[in-house]
Design a protein around this ligand. Structure first.
Ligand code: SAM
Length: 283
């Protein structure tokens, strides 16, 4: 019997379930769409449409990668974040939904029409900085990363969204050599304790860049480095916001306060985990 869109989708879903993938239905559909070159509407409205041997082979190749727990974003080469689509590959962390909280803080902090200067430390794919610049067309930004390969992805994303002229994307070791003042400093640094990385889901432990994950022995090393530079880099009264890992909010607040910065109540993610530590330099 020849394969149809629905028979391929069902078989793919079963294989992803067996491989321990946590979103087998959606991922199977996304791989079917990408491999067979069909849209979601085709699958829903014409499920018994026959598929060719070439389409079956293309879906099979993508399915094998997902069975090996390669992240879906890497396989598709793109990830949705905030309101935009970002190119991603094995050189960058796939942007996470909870990181959109940093963009929310930015929207609350930066009035529309204000020519703000924004710094994103550990810019990765550019998801945070470029989302903020897209929402605030009078702003400019600097994005720093220690990975030249990650910066290549960020630059491609800036070009794709027409933001290259407002985003300076540069190689660096956190804020070393960066000159302020900035109106807003954002960062989602690596915050996994080194010893915990091997125990994470294979999508993360095996496929995401270690440089994007490893926060040192207690996961807090990047915050110590960055926080020490904030008083120098923030304009008087300017704001900062950092994503933090589970159980790290209090320690990161203490690091900020030790630098004379004020902090607000941490912002929770959808799972109820304190996820963003934000605050200001005194005016
Ligand atoms: C958790 S990822 C965040 C990427 C992106 N901002 C996001 O939220 O999706 C952390 C980023 O910090 C970068 N990084 C690690 N060590 C760094 C350092 N010493 N200086 C600058 N960037 C660094 C990594 O290469 C990685 O891109």
């Amino acid at each position: 019997m020849s394969e149809t869109l629905v028979s391929l989708w069902t078989a793919a879903r079963r294989r992803l379930e067996a491989a321990g993938v946590d979103s087998p239905v959606i991922d199977a559909r996304l791989l079917l769409e990408a491999g067979a070159g069909v849209g979601r509407v085709d699958i829903v409205t014409d499920p018994r449409r026959p598929v060719s041997a070439d389409q079956v082979a293309a879906v099979e190749a993508l399915l094998r990668r997902r069975e090996a727990r390669e992240p879906i974003g890497h396989i598709l080469g793109r990830k949705g974040f905030w309101t935009m689509d970002f190119a991603v590959n094995a050189d960058v962390l796939s942007p996470r939904p909870e990181t959109e909280l940093l963009v929310e803080v930015a929207m609350e902090t930066l009035p529309k029409g204000w020519p703000a200067r924004v710094l994103d430390l550990g810019v990765g794919s550019g998801a945070i900085l470029l989302s903020v610049l897209a929402e605030r067309p009078h702003s400019t930004g600097v994005g720093v990363d220690a990975s030249e390969a990650a910066l290549a992805v960020a630059r491609a994303n800036a070009a794709r969204h027409g933001l290259s002229d407002r985003a300076t994307l540069q190689l660096g070791d956190w804020a070393e050599g960066i000159e302020g003042p900035f109106d807003l400093i954002l960062s989602n640094p690596p915050y996994i304790p080194s010893g915990d990385i091997a125990g994470l889901d294979p999508e993360v432990a095996k496929w995401e860049p270690r440089l994007a994950l490893d926060g040192g022995p207690d996961g807090l090393e990047p915050y110590r480095r960055i926080m020490a530079e904030l008083p120098r880099l923030l304009a008087p009264g300017a704001a900062f916001a950092f994503e933090v890992g589970r159980g790290q909010a209090e320690a990161v607040q203490a690091l900020a306060e030790a630098q004379g910065l004020t902090t607000t109540t941490p912002r929770m993610d959808l799972a109820g985990i304190p996820r963003v530590v934000a605050g200001r330099r005194a005016a």
